[in-house]
Ligand binder design. Sequence first.
Ligand SMILES: Cc1ncc(COP(=O)(O)O)c(C=O)c1O
Ligand SMILES: [Zn+2]
Length: 433
Amino acid sequence: MNEALQQLPPVAGNPRWTGCRCVVCDRVYDTRYEGFVCADCGIDGILDAEYDPAPDTAARVRAEGGDTARGLWRFGPLLPVMPAAIHPAWAVGGTAPLPAPRLAAHLGLASLVIKDDTGLPSASLKDRAAAVAMARARQLGLDHLACASTGNAAASLAVLASRGGFSCTIFVPAAAPRGKLAQLLLHGARVIRVDGTYDQAFEMSLGEIERHHWYSRNCAHNPLLVEGKKTAALELAWDLTNGFTADPEALPDVVFVPVGDGCIISSTAKAFLELRALGLTDRVPRVIGVQAAGAAPLARAWAAAAGGHAAMNGATIRAAVAPVEAKTIADSISVGIPRNRVKAWRYVAATGGAFLAVPDETIITTIVELAAKAGVFAEPSGATGMAGVRAALDQGLVRPGERVAVLVTGHGLKDPGAALGACRMPEPVPPLS
Ligand SMILES: Cc1ncc(COP(=O)(O)O)c(C=O)c1O
Ligand SMILES: [Zn+2]
């Protein structure tokens, strides 16, 4: 362990975290298991973290959830690791819910709230996963982390690693936007630009991580990182219900989430299910996953399955979701094989939600509407959840009178070129003489 790491506060495991379960075959692993995926099912055997339903968990969440100075660690009883103290490397979170009445009126909705995660340190929701990665690496004594990424997971790793004194290696598709690459390079990450797709960069990262014994910050297969992403929904639920004391009606009826590998959506749904299981809320919003039409394997398979989604088992879901050749301007969700597809499907089905797809043109229109009518500047993937709202209204998946919440997951300045075509650049005027 390098010297910088020794300066970080120690991190222990959460004694309530009991281990992980394979989403395909249900095999259970305890917390000593060092693999990331199921030993029987291989890379498709994504694991899901489980917790002991201790009788005092709900009381602790109520008591600690208001301590906003702790960032996402205010929901520590629902996370796998427990830092002994707050440190900038892992104290992220706490974005406020933003009511968006003008955008709601524009869409004919009674109520719309935006969980705007563009304000996190690296300007995307991914910091929530990277924070858990930093804490877990500190616990294991590993000073080098690595991931494959379309850009945002990488940026979150580069930024928080720099804060904590970790080193990192990042595998990105060569076509990642320059703004995102700049973020990595300037924070001192070692960047490997893979002349191929995200899926190919992911394959390459797996081999190198194993060879060098780095800590994997690949949410796509590391189940503990996905737990960090639950905290966006936990914060939203806390804020809207005033710490689980207000009218339960204050919870949204439906929550929209953009989907690439399917980690954010799994964790969003899981968070709401856990809150209900703890008795902190009495219902679960329907969670709707939105993919870009050019990279929509889950939305396609969901539509083809036409009912019975909740009854499908892991093996059937795995077989139903066929890989696609991904092509969309929403680079962060340009994913042909969503690694968390089984987990995402099962969690979405458990909330009564759905998957749908939107064309790139709708995503661009939505970027403009979000900025002009709600004051939120999103990159294409960040706006894709919002882009799904109109499609869901059209398809009858949402009624205009329902309470809608949307996760906006990445900042527009990461890829300003994407929406610039929708703006009319003013002609220069001569200066005053
Ligand atoms: C801005 C943004 N939104 C959404 C996603 C999709 O998240 P997931 O891969 O967990 O489905 C990503 C992933 O890179 C992202 O960067
Ligand atoms: Zn398995």
